[in-house]
Design a protein around this ligand. Structure first.
Ligand SMILES: *Cc1c(COP(=O)(O)O)cnc(C)c1O
Length: 380
């Protein structure tokens, strides 16, 4: 219960430097964008390979509309499933080395659909402390008992697992983590986590939202990069980041996917994503897995190397501390022509407000050079 009027609540947020507002772009969300009548270099998007404006992906989308219309008109279990949905899901399953895959309206609903089917009351979920909001919300919704381990701390994870197993020899335990953390850009110690899970008979759910398209020989993520796909029970990802579209996916064994189709409320009770979108995603996935995708990843990592040597992902956090410092730094960079947003509580912990800089293969070298100059000036 919050008895304060909405205006009062907004004023409190503003006084704490925590008010958020929508800022529309007047252009496509490429690397060069227009906002408020100004041209800016965009270092804020998750379009890591530039596929959101790729001509072949756009063409597949438009062709899909010509063939299948603009909307799916019904839920997946009524008449909303068209051939392109199944083609996309077959290609995702093959790419992930699983027997099945299912797509959803978003990454958020992928978590919300699947996790409460995998675990429920009497089961246990163990989450990394920095897991994405959708994973936390899904775990809460499931009714399972929640535990959290300190970020990437496999020792603590092992302790939690063995304590739970001592008390609950037969209950289901689901460990949930991400391959590339969305606000820190670091990787999880996946190999050690898979060992810990199999040792204690726990299932592993891995969110590859920021690794899909980015890591691995065919861009399928950290599990592919480490040759561990067969050790992950649930491989989740999104079509909204490197694929440049919108939607989410889960790759898993056929029985789990069939159970999710039967039980997941956010999957069953919503209209299917447009078939044209699924057709575009199939094209995007094919580009990611092709030699062109490999070339784009090479360019992406060259850009990352220029911005922050040895960094493992396109998400580069510049941690400032207070909300006001982060806002001031974002404003200074905006003044110089760079869009790099301030990320504040509750997206990140209090005292760790930051700029979240993201690199793309599509950034020209002049943009990267100009940004490095602007950042070094800001240091003084
Ligand atoms: C963005 C993100 C999601 C949600 O995906 P959407 O398709 O944007 O809903 C899920 N998990 C992580 C780690 C993310 O960064």
């Amino acid at each position: 219960m919050n008895p304060q009027a909405p205006r009062e609540q907004l004023e409190i947020l503003e006084a704490k430097n925590l008010l958020r507002q929508l800022h529309p772009l007047d252009s496509a969300p490429g690397t060069r964008i227009a906002r408020n009548g100004r041209k800016l270099w965009n270092f804020a998007s998750n379009d890591y390979l530039g596929l959101a404006t790729h001509p072949e992906v756009s063409h597949a989308y438009i062709e899909g509309i010509h063939r299948y219309g603009t909307g799916s008109t019904a839920s997946r279990l009524i008449t909303g499933t068209c051939t392109p949905h199944l083609t996309l899901e077959e290609n995702l399953a093959a790419a992930k080395g699983t027997t099945a895959a299912l797509t959803f309206s978003s990454g958020y609903t992928t978590a919300l659909s699947s996790i409460p089917v995998i675990v429920g009351k009497g089961d246990h979920v163990i989450l990394d402390k920095l897991a994405h909001a959708c994973l936390i919300d899904a775990a809460r919704t499931s009714g399972a008992t929640l535990r959290v381990f300190p970020h990437n701390h496999v020792g603590k994870l092992r302790t939690l697992l063995s304590k739970l197993r001592e008390k609950h020899a037969h209950s289901r335990i689901l460990v949930i983590t991400e391959s590339v953390f969305s606000m820190d850009g670091d990787l999880c110690p996946l190999r050690e986590i898979t060992h810990a899970c199999s040792q204690h008979g726990a299932l592993l759910f891995l969110d590859e939202a920021h690794a899909t398209g980015v890591l691995g020989p065919t861009g399928m993520g950290l599990a592919e990069a480490l040759g561990l796909q067969h050790r992950i029970d649930f491989q989740m990802g999104t079509l909204s980041k490197a694929l440049g579209l919108s939607g989410g996916y889960l790759a898993a064994k056929r029985d789990w996917i069939d159970l999710i189709i039967n039980r997941a409320r956010p999957f069953i009770y919503t209209t299917a994503p447009p078939p044209a979108l699924a057709a575009a995603a199939t094209t995007s996935l094919a580009i990611i897995r092709s030699p062109e995708g490999g070339t784009l990843r090479k360019q992406l990592f060259k850009n990352i190397e220029s911005l922050k040597p040895q960094h493992p992902s396109p998400i580069i956090p510049l941690i400032l501390g207070s909300e006001s410092e982060a806002l001031a730094a974002a404003a200074t960079l905006l003044e110089k022509g760079f869009l790099i947003p301030a990320i504040r509580y509750p997206t990140v912990a209090r005292g760790s407000a930051r700029l979240r800089l993201t690199a793309s293969a599509a950034h020209p070298s002049e943009a990267i050079a100009a940004l490095l100059t602007a950042l070094s000036q800001a240091d003084h």
